[in-house]
Design a protein around this ligand. Structure first.
Ligand SMILES: *Cc1c(COP(=O)(O)O)cnc(C)c1O
Length: 474
């Protein structure tokens, strides 16, 4: 076998054979395993260092060893080791999270990382990723309030709030609010609002974990003002209204508005907290039922809670807006330090608020006619049927509100190779077909999507040629 230039450079000499240590009897010199490149030679090879610049030495060594093992087992020739190592490095990004084209039509998809960030937010995160003045006044050289920029942006976007605090996520915001304001007292909550937010996480359990006691009032479908006023007393720490963001109770129902609760809460000197979830800063015409932060504050809530990565369209964050003294009380609580937001979050949140509308807003407002044109253009490229398909807000709010649109119906068998392709594409299976909805696929990614479908079809053809139908990429 003839070896090419770089492989010759790498091929182990007699000391390399010693390193292998397990040459079989019967002629060491004829053993092809002697020609397997040595680990240290591979690690120093310019092509390996260039390709593996984002990987640490431990990971590179692991990749190299795995390829050498295949050569030792005779699965590849020693001369192929370098190229195989380079290929393995190429397939191995520094982090295992892979980009996904979300073709489900579900805008805030928790399993797919909720809100995709705006270009402005991505850029801001990159700029904040080194040393940055997150808690430092460059003018005076003194320590400063952490995340002042994100706070100002929130107050500008929601003028009804006197002050703001950003924490790790919505659940952390609720935890901090109930721990700091509820204290050792009771938190009054309607039985219709004791919700599970997903993957088995239940808000009542979260609240109870702070040591606060939950005082349930009303019934599952109906709670009246008198239920709250009867429960208010010396033991009350706070009254909490939770928006049932992921389900709806319809039929014979009633709930008490924030505005109605303010009077009794003020009289008793008890804070009124509203957990709204979605993070809409103001009313949203596409989602008339979805409560917004500004309106809840105007109606008299003392504190409102939301997530940053739902309809606000920003990074994972918990947003607390409300009265000065209440935000100060939260910021002073020891738990605030445990749930504080990091500099990347603060940078991305500020840029989301001050920049152009984020992708979530674009997807929410996507025009059905325009979606149809895009879907038909895709069908021209890759085939398939254009069918009506409703998008959804998803876990971020707007429960059960259909967002009229279109999808491309393709053969169901494409689902698995598309999911495991590069980029990964996730659609919806319905009635034996795979539906690809372009609502949440950026216009600029449409060519990539078409390419991914072609590549998935090619993989299916290869699989049927090699006579098995499973997915063998993983
Ligand atoms: C989503 C949601 C939460 C939890 O927020 P995370 O940011 O997911 O931690 C809490 N309350 C409501 C009403 C929600 O919709």
């Amino acid at each position: 076998m003839e070896s090419s230039g770089p492989v010759e450079d790498l091929a182990s000499d007699s000391e390399g054979a010693g390193a292998l240590g397990s040459a079989p009897p019967g002629g060491r010199d004829s053993d092809p395993r002697r020609r397997i490149p040595r680990t240290d030679h591979l690690l120093e090879h310019p092509r390996v260092t260039a390709a593996g610049a984002a990987l640490g030495p431990q990971v590179l060594r692991g990749i190299i060893r795995a390829v050498q093992d295949r050569a030792r087992a005779g699965q590849i020739a020693p001369e192929e080791v370098l190229e195989q190592v380079l290929a393995a490095i190429g397939d191995r990004p520094a982090a295992s999270l892979r980009p996904v084209l979300n073709a489900t039509g579900v805008i805030v998809h928790t399993n797919l990382g909720r809100a995709p960030l705006s270009d402005a937010a991505r850029q801001a995160m990159l700029e904040a990723s080194g040393y940055t003045d997150v808690e430092f006044d460059l003018g005076t050289g003194a320590r400063a309030r952490r995340g002042a920029g994100a706070r100002s942006a929130l107050l500008a976007a929601c003028p009804e709030a006197e002050d703001a605090l950003v924490v790790n996520n919505g659940a952390a915001a609720l935890l901090l609010a109930t721990a700091a304001l509820g204290g050792r007292g009771e938190i009054i909550i309607s039985r219709g609002e004791l919700i599970e937010i997903g993957a088995g996480f239940r808000l009542p359990d979260l609240i109870a974990s702070t040591g606060a006691r939950i005082r349930e009032v009303g019934t599952t479908n109906r709670t009246h003002l008198a239920d709250y006023t009867r429960a208010l007393g010396p033991d009350t720490g706070a009254v909490l209204r939770i928006h049932t963001s992921n389900y709806r109770v319809i039929g014979f129902t009633s709930a008490v508005d924030v505005a109605e609760l303010t009077g009794p809460c003020r009289e008793s000197g008890v804070p009124l907290i509203a957990d709204l979830g979605s993070g809409l800063l103001g009313p949203e015409p596409r989602l008339p039922e979805e409560p917004d932060l500004g309106s809840a504050l105007r109606d008299g809530a003392d504190l409102v809670i939301a997530s940053g990565d739902k309809l606000l369209g920003g990074p994972q964050a918990g947003i607390l807006l409300g009265r000065t003294e209440m935000i100060a009380q939260l910021a002073r609580h020891p738990m605030a330090r445990a749930v504080r937001a990091d500099k990347l979050t603060l940078a991305a949140l500020e840029a989301t608020l001050t920049g152009p509308p984020p992708p979530v807003t674009g997807s929410l407002h996507a025009d059905a006619g325009h979606l149809r044109d895009r879907t038909e253009a895709l069908a021209q490229q890759i085939g398939g049927r254009v069918v009506p398909h409703d998008g959804r807000v998803g876990g971020g709010g707007g429960a059960e509100v259909p967002l009229p649109g279109w999808a491309l119906a393709l053969e169901e068998e494409l689902a698995a190779p598309l999911r495991t392709g590069d980029p990964a594409v996730v659609g919806t299976l319905r009635g034996g077909e795979l539906l690809l909805d372009l609502r949440c696929v950026p216009h600029t990614a449409q060519t990539q999507l078409a390419g991914a479908v072609e590549a998935a079809r090619e993989r299916l053809r290869e699989q049927s040629r090699s006579g098995h139908d499973g997915d063998d990429r993983r």
